[in-house]
Write a protein that binds this ligand. Structure first.
Ligand SMILES: C[S@@+](CC[C@H](N)C(=O)[O-])C[C@H]1O[C@@H](n2cnc3c(N)ncnc32)[C@H](O)[C@@H]1O
Length: 298
């Protein structure tokens, strides 16, 4: 396992994933009853964007300027994106203060960018809790440090797919599960489908969100077919963002989130969010965004 999320932190894929995550969380929190937030592939929780450009052995172009960087100075953000950018600003300010980083807020973009566990932890209510799993010990230790002061949050150094078996169903009987793997392993897509089938057996009403890359449409179509073979697959949609068409020559030309058991009323705002982002985050002709139901809500 070589994947290091720090090189990608704040890129267009993080923008979509994290804005959708916050919207799903607020949708579930419309009900008073507590939820478990389970992050199966949690990462280190926070990223220093200045260090992310250094690379492992030689400098590399940072990805965040074409992601969060394009939203940073805008004053016309739709509500869901304004909420997300506000969450990033709050994390950046806090992390700067902790690091004793010189200078105040920058006009170009954040210096520090939050990972999914940090964004979710900041939104937990007294009745909610979070469980964050990370397989790489070094990343997991950094995550434990990052979340050290957060209440109702625990970090486990473990395989995220095992967590779907071990941690579900939770006593709360309500959960938002984020599955955000690195897609380095050949069998990642099939492990996701198996994990979802198991998770849904254990918690049929749970909300599951899976991030996936768009590098080949045929692979994603096969993923949809494998999902539809899950017995009694609950209502689910995908929210996708293409920063260019498949033929545009980009390696990663888009990404999506599959959302199973979406909170009531979340499809329309997420559709609007992805449509708004497409021209703003476009890197080539053919950019597009939107929600597509795989199993329509009745
Ligand atoms: C895309 S990153 C996660 C980013 C994070 N969810 C966020 O949005 O900030 C994927 C993470 O999964 C970790 N990982 C890889 N295989 C794993 C597994 N089987 N179980 C849990 N974590 C794993 C990697 O070390 C990496 O930190």
């Amino acid at each position: 396992m070589n994947y290091r999320h720090r090189f990608h932190a704040g890129n267009f894929a993080d923008v979509l994933k994290h804005a959708v995550l916050l919207r799903l969380l607020s949708g579930l929190q419309a009900k008073e009853k507590g939820i478990l937030y389970l992050d199966t592939h949690a990462g280190r929780g926070g990223y220093d964007l200045a260090a992310s450009a250094e690379g492992s052995s030689r400098p590399r172009a940072p990805e965040w300027p074409a992601g969060i960087g394009r939203l940073w100075g805008r004053t016309d953000l739709p509500p869901e994106l304004a909420d997300y950018v506000e969450a990033v600003r709050a994390f950046d300010a806090d992390a700067r203060a902790r690091a004793g980083a010189a200078g105040g807020e920058s006009a170009e973009g954040p210096r520090f960018y939050p990972g999914s566990p940090r964004l979710a932890a900041a939104r937990l209510r007294a009745q909610d809790r979070a469980l964050c799993c990370e397989a790489q010990p070094e990343e997991s230790a950094a995550l434990a440090d990052e979340l050290g002061r957060a209440r109702r949050v625990s970090v486990q150094t473990m395989d995220g797919y095992t967590a779907l078996r071990a941690m579900l169903p939770p006593p709360e009987r309500r959960a938002l599960v984020l599955i955000d793997p690195p897609f380095e392993a050949q069998d990642e897509w099939s492990r996701i489908v198996e994990g979802l089938a198991e998770g849904l057996r254990r918690l049929p009403g749970g909300t599951f969100a899976v991030w996936y890359p768009l590098t080949a449409r045929a692979r994603v179509d096969a993923f949809y077919r494998e999902l539809l073979a899950i017995k009694q697959l609950p209502p689910c949609f995908t929210v996708e963002l293409l920063i260019g068409g498949e033929a545009a020559g980009l390696r990663l030309w888009g990404c999506g989130l599959l959302v199973i058991n979406p909170p009531w009323g979340s499809a329309a705002p997420l559709d609007a969010l992805a449509r708004w982002l497409a021209p703003v985050l476009a890197q080539a002709p053919g950019a597009a965004g939107g929600v597509h139901w795989l199993v329509q809500d009745k």
